[in-house]
Design a protein around this ligand. Structure first.
Ligand code: SF4
Length: 246
């Protein structure tokens, strides 16, 4: 029987891998495992460090809009020439959870919104499975303009765009950051490592706890990994709860 998002968001997210059996197994495993993932827990957010990066004398809404305007007019790397729209981010500017993805694809470039289309719908399911909606989180990318033919962003493009994402983090000051996929994780953690090495551990981005999980586009290609993705989301949920967010 097909699961419904309203009846059971967890089973709905996991339905392609057999929701009844896998949900039960994953719940049991996740409940038994959170301590293992706490070994590399980062220190609490360094609020003063993050706050120091925020422009003085402007409220958060004005800062955000001013930065979005800067991004819209940015020509700091070659990606500016091929974009239709910049993709600044969407969601709650005061969110406790910030999700960071890789770069806009075709649909995002056309609409100016991150994570639309099939990957976006799966991201919505991933969030619903931990009791959140897209409106309750903030979603951004490390690169604000679409790379041609959806290739990976080049290091110089990531470097050129980095100050924008650092400013966004400083303004939002989330309690937890979720890093979606290898490109975003390596860019934000300034490491070159496979996802298998980066997952299962807490990291820090600008003093904020950050957890690595799969990109929804990967999970669309490899639905058998959805259970692993859900375990990651449970770690994020637990950390959010411990920080008084969610
Ligand atoms: S990708 Fe970033 S740095 Fe490059 S043009 Fe777009 S906004 Fe500017």
């Amino acid at each position: 029987m097909r699961c419904s998002a309203a009846d059971d968001p967890v089973a709905y997210y996991l339905e392609t891998v057999g929701c009844d059996r896998v949900t039960a197994e994953a719940v049991a495993a996740a409940a038994a495992a959170p301590a293992a993932a706490e070994r590399d827990v980062a220190t609490p957010p360094a609020a003063e460090q993050v706050a120091a990066a925020s422009p003085a004398g402007m409220d958060i809404e004005a800062q955000w809009d001013a930065l979005a305007l800067q991004v819209a007019g940015c020509t700091a790397c070659d990606l500016a020439a091929g974009r239709t729209r910049t993709v600044f981010g969407s969601g709650d500017r005061a969110a406790d959870l910030l999700l960071i993805g890789e770069a806009p694809g075709h649909d995002e470039d056309q609409q100016g919104e991150p994570f639309v289309g099939r990957a976006g719908r799966l991201l919505n399911q991933m969030l619903a499975a931990i009791g959140l909606t897209r409106q309750q989180v903030l979603v951004i990318n490390v690169i604000k303009c679409r790379p041609p033919r959806n290739r990976d962003p080049k290091p110089q493009e990531i470097a050129a765009c980095r100050h924008f994402i650092d400013a966004q983090i400083a303004m939002v000051r989330p309690k937890v950051i979720g890093l979606l996929g290898r490109v975003a994780s390596c860019a934000m953690l300034e490491r070159d490592a496979p996802l298998s090495v980066l997952r299962h551990h807490w990291h820090e981005v600008r003093g904020i706890p950050a957890y690595v999980t799969y990109h929804p586009a990967f999970l669309l290609r490899s639905p058998q990994q959805k259970v692993e993705g859900w375990r990651d989301m449970l770690q994020i949920k637990a950390r959010l709860a411990a920080a008084g967010g969610g």
